[in-house]
Design a protein around this ligand. Structure first.
Ligand code: HEC
Ligand code: HEC
Ligand SMILES: [Ca+2]
Ligand SMILES: [Ca+2]
Ligand SMILES: [Ca+2]
Length: 467
């Protein structure tokens, strides 16, 4: 604990200047606005050549425009796989649902490829025992729910590591999730009040028997899925080079990579996907979604006897679909308030984690290769403090670490699906609330935002809405 506090303070000093700028000191700010970086007109191509120009409710569902005929066709096939609703076997079409599941189709949780609504069961409730090393033995048959090496998620007997809220006929769900919201309020430095809410989760068994005590629960909403292929194509070395686990540069920010079990390579590799970066590739993300979210066994996660509900072509189709969706372009590039907001985003050091520019390397899908992209993420884990902690380690991610989520297209979230929430559990009803929850390594960024004048806060939020 101690060394971390000390480092944080060193970072504080270095950041005092940035904080002053963000506080709205006119001179410093106008100097910043005249700087060469600001003079450059920002470009709209958030996803490089995969960028699409739509700001409608369907903006997350367009194929990347630079796909060649072969990959465009595979995208179309994948779109059908992503939409396909599974049913109880035996059936002519898409049999194999369950016996336990949370949803019947990828698109049933990833509504219009955006965020799901947890109140409607569009979520994953991950569980594990708090005490490592006890009672791994569960009669659980879903492949991923049995401990992967290094997962740090000891299975809860009889439940595994994910709670399925639904079962096919004759199979009881593993439990009922009760979600209520607890309100709290705070004030900006200028005295303006704000309200926040956080989820309170209670798990109930169907027969009112008590749930195992002392289990860690992580409540997670579905993430937007567009642009994921580009994030897969960023070379590992470029991401690792941004990691600063010991915070050597003393800015209080110490991103580090997650290392997770790669089922195909049978070894730990860099984690990129999921709120804690607990999955290495989109193929494995799709395979674990099929088996854990839908009960659909597949080549990566077959039944104990080797049987499976879907073959490799279906699994690959779903993965190719999420790899090849276009990224919405930025908008309002010449709007003075948006440009000011962009400067404030940099001045508050949001860009330390929400890295604005990355470059993809080679990828099997040519449309994804060698693109300059603006995802606003470093794909690394950061400790965001106790307010957001779920207390459930996930591979090398601690109970308070989260992967920086990309911010591209974030301004369209509620155009795509009204009432969409932000942050891993959807607790933030607005972008302001999302920023106000930041703590830990992002404590200084948050307090800088909190201390901004009303106009500056509005400008920063308007910049986020232009993404
Ligand atoms: C029951 C709801 C549900 C279903 C069904 C579902 N997902 Fe998800 N999906 C989620 C949740 C929740 C997350 C975040 C998981 C986490 O952080 O642990 C997620 C994460 C993802 C991600 C990671 C995105 C990122 O940026 O890291 C991808 C890709 C994805 N899902 C694809 C799929 C595919 C493909 C299917 C169908 C085979 C599918 N999902 C089915 C709920 C669902
Ligand atoms: C130390 C790294 C770090 C810094 C600095 C940081 N963020 Fe974040 N940000 C994160 C992480 C990690 C999350 C995900 C937290 C969660 O889901 O619980 C996040 C989530 C968000 C979200 C919600 C995204 C979503 O998909 O739901 C927004 C919006 C956001 N940040 C904006 C900002 C702004 C604006 C600033 C500067 C004032 C900032 N962040 C500074 C790491 C950071
Ligand atoms: Ca099945
Ligand atoms: Ca389970
Ligand atoms: Ca650092």
């Amino acid at each position: 604990m101690m060394p971390f506090t000390v480092r944080l303070q060193r970072g504080r000093i270095r950041h005092a200047l940035l904080a002053l700028i963000a506080l709205g000191l006119g001179v410093a700010l106008s100097a910043l606005l005249r700087s060469p970086a600001a003079a450059q007109t920002p470009r709209p191509q958030a996803g490089g050549d995969t960028t699409i120009y739509s700001r409608t409710s369907r903006a997350y569902e367009q194929p990347a425009p630079n796909l060649d005929a072969y990959w465009a066709e595979r995208h179309a096939v994948g779109d059908l796989a992503f939409e396909a609703a599974f049913v109880t076997a035996p059936a002519q079409v898409n049999p194999g649902l369950g016996p336990l599941f949370n949803g019947t189709a990828c698109a049933g949780c990833h509504i219009k490829n955006g965020r799901g609504l947890p109140e409607k069961g569009q979520r994953a409730v991950r569980v594990s025992q708090v005490e490592p090393g006890i009672g791994h033995g569960s009669d659980y048959s879903f492949a991923l729910e049995v401990d992967s090496p290094g997962a740090n998620t000891p299975a809860v007997p009889g439940i595994g590591t994910q709670l399925q809220e639904q079962g096919v006929h004759g199979h009881a769900p593993e439990g009922i999730v009760q979600l209520t919201w607890q309100d709290e309020s705070g004030t900006y430095a200028d005295g303006t009040e704000y309200q926040l809410r956080s989820p309170q989760i209670t798990l109930l068994t169907l027969d009112s028997s008590p749930f195992p005590e002392d289990i860690a629960i992580s409540h997670r909403i579905p993430q937007p899925v567009f642009g994921a292929g580009l994030l897969e194509a960023v070379p590992e070395a470029d991401l690792l080079q941004r990691a600063d686990p010991g915070d050597r540069d003393g800015d209080g920010i110490s991103g580090r990579p997650n290392r997770v079990w790669n089922v195909i390579e049978q070894r730990p590799t860099l984690g990129r996907f999921g709120w804690k970066a607990n999955t290495p590739t989109l193929l494995q993300q799709s395979a674990s979604a099929y088996v854990n979210d839908m009960g659909v066994t597949n080549p990566l996660f077959p039944e104990a006897d080797g049987a499976m509900d879907i073959a490799m072509d279906t699994l690959e189709a779903a993965a190719v679909y999420v790899q090849t969706i276009g990224v919405p372009a930025r908008t309002l590039l010449d709007d003075p308030q948006v440009r000011r907001g962009e400067q404030l985003f940099a001045a508050a050091n949001c860009i330390a984690c929400h890295v604005s520019e990355l470059r993809t390397g080679p990828h099997e899908i040519p449309a994804l290769a060698n693109q300059t992209i603006h995802p606003y993420t470093d794909l690394l884990l950061h400790d965001l403090g106790p307010g957001l902690a779920d207390g459930r380690p996930d591979f090398e991610a601690s109970g308070s670490e989260w992967r920086t989520p990309p911010l591209w297209g974030v301004g369209l979230a509620q155009t795509v699906l009204p009432f969409s929430g932000f942050l891993h559990d959807g607790r933030a009803r607005t972008l302001e609330e999302a920023v106000l929850w930041h703590g830990g390594e992002a404590e200084l960024a948050r307090s800088t935002f909190q201390a901004m004048a009303k106009d500056d806060r509005a400008a920063l939020i308007r910049f986020l809405r232009s993404l």
